[in-house]
Design a protein around this ligand. Sequence first.
Ligand code: NDP
Ligand code: MG
Length: 387
Amino acid sequence: MQQENNKKKICILGSTGSIGVQALQVIEAHDDLFEPYVLTANSQADLLISQARKYRPAAVVIADERHYEHVREALADEPVQVYAGAESLCQVVKMDAVDIVLTALVGFAGLRPTISAIEAGKTIALANKETLVVAGELVTDLCVRHRVAVLPVDSEHSAIFQCLMGETSPVEKLILTASGGPFLHHTMEQLQTVTPAMALKHPNWEMGAKITIDSASMMNKGFEVIEARWLFDVSPEQIQVVVHPQSIVHSAVQFADGAVKAQLGQPDMRVPIQLAFSYPHRLQSDFPRLDFWQMGSLTFEQPDMDRFRCLQLAFEAIRRGGNAACVLNAANEVVNLAFRKGECGFLRMADVIEATMQRVAFVQQPTLEDYLHTDAESRRVAAELLA
Ligand code: NDP
Ligand code: MG
């Protein structure tokens, strides 16, 4: 039995991933304040088992049910409940003791557990941007209805959130910075032949494979435009993407008087993760500091939406509204995986996404059922276009 205490109890959806592992480091450094209450993985059973032995959560979920027996047997001598399957993710987020749900799982799989956590009134530390890309309107409406706070973990959105701390005046413009990824200055000809291995070498950030490919195609920045639109209730026209290859300025906000506030720091996801857990306070950390004497120059430029068409498609999807961004996300998940497997060229990813957006039926006011259907249909269409 867990002892009752005042620590914030955190459910980490995706504890075996890049964000999940860094979140555990943050919790470990502040184990007087935070407790890892639930840990979940998809298929990395052995890592989940070793995390459970080390951090002693009340429950774990292995989403891929084929690994259930293995996890259950390995943890038989531990006081931990072991569950399996996607539906269990929707259940554990609702556990009474859970205070914060960190959505650090990847892709559309984040949508239903996040909705379930919101309905249970849990504070959301949101890393899984796909949830807001797919169903931003539905999810933000639910948050209002259940009075749930969404604290952004994505570094750009955390930066904007930090710029807005203490402000009551309306925003004129959000300035969303983008590293531009490893192919920032590649020609179209060069982009035609880039390989997954080249795309997986991000210049500034160590992240999971899917988001690293999205960063190379700049679909990640497109997703972040949509994420910002919903998190901060601004129109897409109020969001300006600015390429900033050094990833030091994490994003900025311009106000009605022309003043611009930016948040700067070393590229380190533990900063926004920790703030999402500790908000409204800041905690001491030993993360690397910025040294303005050593930093060199910071540069800024306009993104090229002809070479990085995924960014253009994301703007198009959010302007169209309805289920358009859900189609965008599903088609992207299909081509992203196909690219990683060497089954789709780099530039072809945008072609397939665009064609999928043209083919799948538009729904103006989608329900959750509509989103589930749109996702499945878009995956089918994208796979067909790829074949
Ligand atoms: P990873 O691929 O490193 O980790 C993903 C995690 O989700 C793993 O724990 C994985 O389990 C689990 N998972 C994958 N698929 C499923 C599924 N179908 N059902 C349940 N669990 C699943 O991703 P990241 O940590 O890089 O990214 C996580 C989220 O955070 C993404 O939405 C990403 O866009 C966002 N994000 C990430 C940043 C980063 O720096 N990494 C920065 C900003 C946002 P297993 O290990 O068993 O496969
Ligand atoms: Mg980001």
